[in-house]
Design a binder for this molecule. Structure first.
Ligand SMILES: [Zn+2]
Length: 125
């Protein structure tokens, strides 16, 4: 695999490096203070390119949940509202895919999947 080093690190790379370090990183706009996710170059709210990186507490609430049937069985797809004010698509582990409850409190964990760290969530009691 050949790689070119970019002059400015791509937002997606900063996010992935965070996952590899066990951190959930997100961006916050320095102009309008909006929490921004997915990683991007411009603030979707005000168009500013002044996006700084922050580390999330990893605590959030399940906004929506769907049980998806695939080749490997049933897995969960959920939208999680993080306490810092951004929403991300992920999955809730540690509970049956169709037993995830909207509104339940969850905590981020980085797990390895196909050799890549990915963000998942687990219910907290
Ligand atoms: Zn903004």
């Amino acid at each position: 695999m050949s790689e070119v080093t970019p002059l400015v690190e791509a937002p997606e790379s900063v996010f992935r490096e965070g996952l590899a370090a066990g951190e959930l990183r997100f961006q916050r706009c320095r102009e309008c203070s909006a929490a921004v996710f997915q990683p991007r170059v411009l603030c979707p709210g005000c168009g500013s390119d002044e996006l700084g990186w922050e580390r999330s507490s990893g605590l959030g609430t399940v906004y929506s949940t769907t049980a998806v049937r695939g080749r490997d069985g049933v897995h969960n797809v959920a939208l999680i509202d993080l306490d810092e004010g951004f929403r991300m698509m992920s999955r809730v582990e540690g509970v049956d895919a169709d037993r995830v409850v909207i509104g339940s409190r969850v905590e981020f964990a980085a797990v390895e999947q196909d050799g890549e760290p990915v963000a998942v969530f687990r219910e907290v009691s």
